[in-house]
Design a binder for this molecule. Structure first.
Ligand SMILES: *[C@@H]1O[C@H](CO)[C@@H](O)[C@H](O)[C@H]1NC(C)=O
Ligand SMILES: *[C@@H]1O[C@H](CO)[C@@H](O)[C@H](O)[C@H]1NC(C)=O
Ligand SMILES: *[C@@H]1O[C@H](CO)[C@@H](O)[C@H](O)[C@H]1NC(C)=O
Ligand SMILES: *[C@@H]1O[C@H](CO)[C@@H](O)[C@H](O)[C@H]1NC(C)=O
Ligand SMILES: *[C@@H]1O[C@H](CO)[C@@H](O)[C@H](O)[C@H]1NC(C)=O
Ligand SMILES: *[C@@H]1O[C@H](CO)[C@@H](O)[C@H](O)[C@H]1NC(C)=O
Ligand SMILES: *[C@@H]1O[C@H](CO)[C@@H](O)[C@H](O)[C@H]1NC(C)=O
Length: 350
């Protein structure tokens, strides 16, 4: 089924997914998109299991039958678990822990990951989302420690989204003490595969003491609103290779060199080992949400579209046409944002 932008709007007004009443319902591209909301293991055929060992975990995520998997305790994997379609993976209580190897969501659809801490995945990503659609990464914690002393390549991304993955929401996560956070589209050679996909919503995430890629996108569209960045040291939001970002109501505080850039240069601090002078690609696009329609509604709200970039620089070389997100969402005011994000993001909140 193909929907026009207008019918996506209608859908946004009528559909409701996620646990009602928690205040942490699914919002954004993971919910409102042309192929349907992310529901994970829910639905009339959905079953529920609780797992507490690596073997039980691996068995439960296999295949595509709808399953809600409650994970209890610590899971130290020796190889990357591949999460099948129609799965809700939920850490129990104050959160379940993943170490050893991170999650791969590849060739899958309809996957939810909530309430996990994923620690120090050596030489690889905490979560890789590849060739997959409808994914919701919510209320997790991602950290490696020893930042920046460990250097840029000891670990890889925290949530990397590649190979034409689409219709994803990354919300209320706590990302900290790690170099490379979230890369969307991992190579400019994949233009033909990626272009027109990679629609991701990032909202109410708390980034603290991180290096780069908060997020860095190629070829897609990312709506980045109401995130809190503290000491995000090098380059935070980076849009290049014709990528488009819509950036609204975010706060940057502490030390951040560049809050937002569409210049195709990745600054050298991103990968000092591979590109001592930085590496170049085509520029991307950025909008700060100043569409006429948005302005019209914003005059009735206390604060709406502004970002607080703090002392960080902003380099928008091309203003794009991604002026408005095609779904309903509610902005937290800048005045309340720090408190709301620190209180709501991370483990043990759902
Ligand atoms: C997953 O399922 C396939 C077949 O359905 C089976 O061959 C494989 O061993 C299973 N893997 C795990 C980890 O259970
Ligand atoms: C995970 O298991 C490996 C051995 O496979 C071990 O070296 C490592 O210390 C374990 N990590 C944790 C956090 O238990
Ligand atoms: C689960 O996912 C598959 C894709 O692998 C999809 O085709 C199927 O319809 C889904 N099953 C249910 C019962 O929702
Ligand atoms: C995804 O599908 C492709 C093509 O069938 C295959 O090469 C690849 O191994 C699959 N990825 C995983 C993690 O199974
Ligand atoms: C993408 O995933 C689908 C299954 O959803 C598979 O049929 C296809 O081969 C995969 N493509 C690639 C390039 O891995
Ligand atoms: C901003 O982008 C322009 C290219 O359009 C570049 O010449 C300039 O050096 C950039 N500024 C910074 C501070 O990186
Ligand atoms: C938005 O801008 C991009 C990049 O210039 C262009 O490819 C695309 O066609 C434009 N979309 C619309 C709807 O104008």
């Amino acid at each position: 089924m193909k929907l026009s932008i207008l019918s996506v709007f209608a859908l946004a007004l009528s559909a409701s997914a996620g646990p009602a009443g928690s205040g942490f319902e699914l919002v954004g591209y993971g919910k409102d998109n042309p192929i349907g909301p992310t529901t994970g293991g829910a639905g009339k055929d959905g079953k529920t299991v609780t797992v507490s060992t690596v073997d039980e975990f691996l068995k439960a995520i296999n295949g595509s039958s709808p399953t809600t998997i409650y994970a209890k305790g610590k899971f130290n994997f020796t190889a990357r678990p591949r999460v099948g379609s129609n799965k809700s993976l939920i850490g129990v209580g104050k959160g379940a822990e993943i170490t050893g190897a991170g999650l791969t969501i590849a060739n899958s659809t309809n996957v939810i990951v909530r309430n996990f801490v994923i620690r120090a995945i050596v030489d690889n990503d905490a979560i890789t989302i590849s060739n997959s659609s409808r994914v919701w990464i919510d209320h997790n914690e991602f950290t490696s420690g020893n930042f920046p002393a460990a250097g840029p390549d000891a670990f890889d991304g925290q949530v990397d989204i590649i190979r034409a993955s689409d219709w994803i929401t990354v919300s209320w996560n706590y990302f900290h003490d790690h170099w490379k956070s979230s890369l969307i589209g991992n190579n400019d050679k994949f233009r033909d595969i990626d272009l027109g996909h990679l629609h991701v919503t990032y909202h109410h995430n708390y980034w603290r003491n991180e290096g780069t890629r908060g997020p860095a996108g190629r070829f897609g569209h990312q709506h980045i609103y109401n995130n809190l960045y503290e000491d995000f040291l090098y380059q935070a939001i980076h849009s290049r290779s014709d990528n488009q970002v819509l950036v609204e109501g975010n706060i940057f505080s502490g030390k951040t060199r560049e809050a937002l850039s569409t210049y195709g240069l990745v600054i050298p601090e991103d990968s000092p080992n591979t590109g001592p002078n930085g590496d170049y690609e085509l520029d991307g696009f950025a909008n700060l949400g100043a569409s006429k329609l948005a302005f019209f509604f914003c005059q009735f709200l206390t604060v709406c579209l502004e970002n607080d970039f703090g002392k960080a620089t902003v380099n928008i070389t091309q203003v794009g046409n991604f002026t408005q997100a095609p779904y309903k969402y509610k902005l937290t005011t800048l005045k309340k944002l720090e408190k709301v994000v620190k209180k709501g993001a991370g483990l043990g909140k759902i």
